[in-house]
Design a protein around this ligand. Structure first.
Ligand code: AP5
Length: 212
């Protein structure tokens, strides 16, 4: 099966997806990670996505759908976790068509991570990442053992440009306008499940496991 994991910025999608891919041998498709990798490597896709990502706006549907199509095509047998995709109803419809056209594993669950806005803001402003391996930290809840250095690969720790307070507010607006309506989209399809995203990440993961 494949799973859609969605929710507001900072809900913990990436954190939970990484636990799921290990536990369930699944293929992780995070459009945010793919855009950041393309930006780091200054590919044509990265150059196109940069202004949208840095300002907290959504990358155009045509670009994002084309990217996901390539990844599915390269991993046709995969059991996918779609993290941060779809984010618009156009993307949701396109994903169904892609899966059907390519005979990929169908979506069985659309798991929504619920976290209140004030908690999201604290998580996002305190988030730090490793520039080399992408490991995720938080200044309060999960600081690296040596300040500024990744525990896993000793890479440099940095803050995402779009984790500034001003850009976070644009991202939350984009979420409310474009992505929140997907709750109803997946409810109508009988795939929607809400998971409480508050508390220790291991406790949140236990809720996923209990449901699945
Ligand atoms: P993307 O990278 O997908 O950003 P996002 O959806 O805003 O989600 P985040 O990565 O910010 O948060 P998350 O939910 O993964 O939380 P995390 O686990 O890191 O997208 C970035 C940009 O790319 C978009 O703005 C857009 O421009 C573009 N883009 C991407 N996909 C697109 C699409 N489909 N269409 C168009 N454009 C697209 O956790 C956050 C922090 O909280 C971390 O520090 C973590 O350690 C901490 N944390 C996590 N869980 C817990 C917990 N339970 N308790 C305490 N702290 C926790």
């Amino acid at each position: 099966m494949s799973i859609v994991l969605f929710g507001p910025p900072g809900a913990g999608k990436g954190t939970q997806a990484k636990k799921m891919i290990v536990a369930g041998h699944m293929t992780h498709i995070s459009t945010g990670d793919l855009f950041r990798a393309a930006m780091k490597n200054e590919t044509p896709l990265g150059l196109e996505a940069k202004s949208y990502v840095d300002s907290g706006n959504l990358v155009p549907d045509s670009v994002t759908i084309g990217l996901v199509k390539e990844v599915i095509a390269a991993n046709k047998e995969g059991h996918f976790i779609f993290d941060g995709f779809p984010r618009t109803s156009t993307q949701a419809e396109a994903l169904e068509k892609l899966i059907s056209d390519m005979n990929a594993n169908p979506i069985k669950h659309a798991l929504f991570l619920e976290v209140p806005t004030d908690v999201l803001a604290r998580r996002l402003t305190g988030r730090r990442l490793c520039r080399d391996c992408g490991a995720v930290y938080h200044v309060d809840s999960k600081p690296p053992s040596v300040p500024g250095q990744c525990d896993l690969c000793q890479g440099e720790i940095y803050q995402r440009k779009d984790d500034s307070e001003e850009v976070i507010s644009t991202r939350l607006d984009a979420y409310s306008k474009n992505t929140e309506p997907l709750k109803e989209y997946y409810q109508k399809k009988g795939l929607f499940v809400e998971i409480d995203g508050q508390g220790d990440p291991e406790d949140v993961f236990d809720r996923f496991k209990t449901y699945l």
